[in-house]
Design a protein around this ligand. Sequence first.
Ligand SMILES: CC(C)(COP(=O)(O)OP(=O)(O)OC[C@H]1O[C@@H](n2cnc3c(N)ncnc32)[C@H](O)[C@@H]1OP(=O)(O)O)[C@@H](O)C(=O)NCCC(=O)NCCS
Length: 330
Amino acid sequence: MTEKILAQVTSIGRYLPDYVLTNKELEKLVETNDEWITSRTGIKERRILKDPDKATSFMAAEAAKEILKNRGIDGSEIDAIIVATVTPDYFFPAVACLVQREIGATNAFGYDISAACSGFVFALSTGAQMIESGRYKKVLVIGADKMSSIIDYTDRTTCILFGDGAAGVLLEPTTDGNGIVDFIQHCDGSGADYLIMHGGGSKNPSSYKTIDDKLHYITQDGKSVFKRATEGMADVSAEIMKKNNLTADDVAWLVPHQANLRIIDATARRMGIGTDKVMINIERYGNTTAATIPLCLYDWKNQLSKGDNLVLAAFGGGFTWGALYMKWGM
Ligand SMILES: CC(C)(COP(=O)(O)OP(=O)(O)OC[C@H]1O[C@@H](n2cnc3c(N)ncnc32)[C@H](O)[C@@H]1OP(=O)(O)O)[C@@H](O)C(=O)NCCC(=O)NCCS
């Protein structure tokens, strides 16, 4: 009997812009205050990519370069590049192609995945299946978003939430049992209107009117999204634990999407795990959409041990949501 091939994370990298947008600075832009933002969301500051010549692919490529450097390999060894993003540089070509060019991944193909805040989990499961099939040996999976490019900084209900950043991992095959074990994924398009950018697509192509009507910015029904996100992330996290016979004690870390500290707390409570086992960096980066989960893995990488059970969980626009169970392999 052949041993089962799993996809293991063998390297990790990130890019964060230098500019720090604090709650104090937001107080000057909109009618808000540090106390409100902190108590309602957990966010204190976020990073913003200020350079107008740089976009999502720049951040994704910088993260990819660190991944390659940490693994000690050349871009030409990469087989595939998957980038999760809702803020691509262009509709096409894909960010993955721009990353491929920048890192000299001359033997790779690539494409982007659009699943909003669930993008990294969906991309990771896609990459894992490429590896498990035996067809590919080195797959880069990156979550990257320049959210500041689609935020209206006069709308206090959204501008306080989001930040820019990129992070990702290299997936390689292993037969030692440590790797991506399972995942559960969902979408529900009946939630499409609750979190959406209306303009710029084929429904509302860019025009003076779409600009005047502010259709190129995120709009959100915060309360509805909050309710669905809290239920969705908690349910799917509990579901993946049950499916894999994991008790709270078995879980070393919950790695949740960082949208709102209260959503994260509700998920941890439902899983029965203490906050000491939850990766939380929302106070420093806000919601970087597809980048939140790999940014957490990056920040906690020195505290992870081989064989640790991690549950990744996300909820986002679409609606999309999912959880992924992996045994850490590094
Ligand atoms: C956006 C969010 C933080 C708002 O928190 P909330 O507790 O639901 O607050 P509400 O929307 O009910 O607003 C409460 C009041 O605060 C006000 N308010 C909204 N934003 C504010 C801000 N930045 N500063 C101060 N007051 C604000 C509202 O206008 C409202 O005032 P009113 O009662 O006079 O009408 C919360 O709904 C949320 O996190 N939703 C999910 C967002 C998310 O995760 N999106 C990403 C996809 S995963």
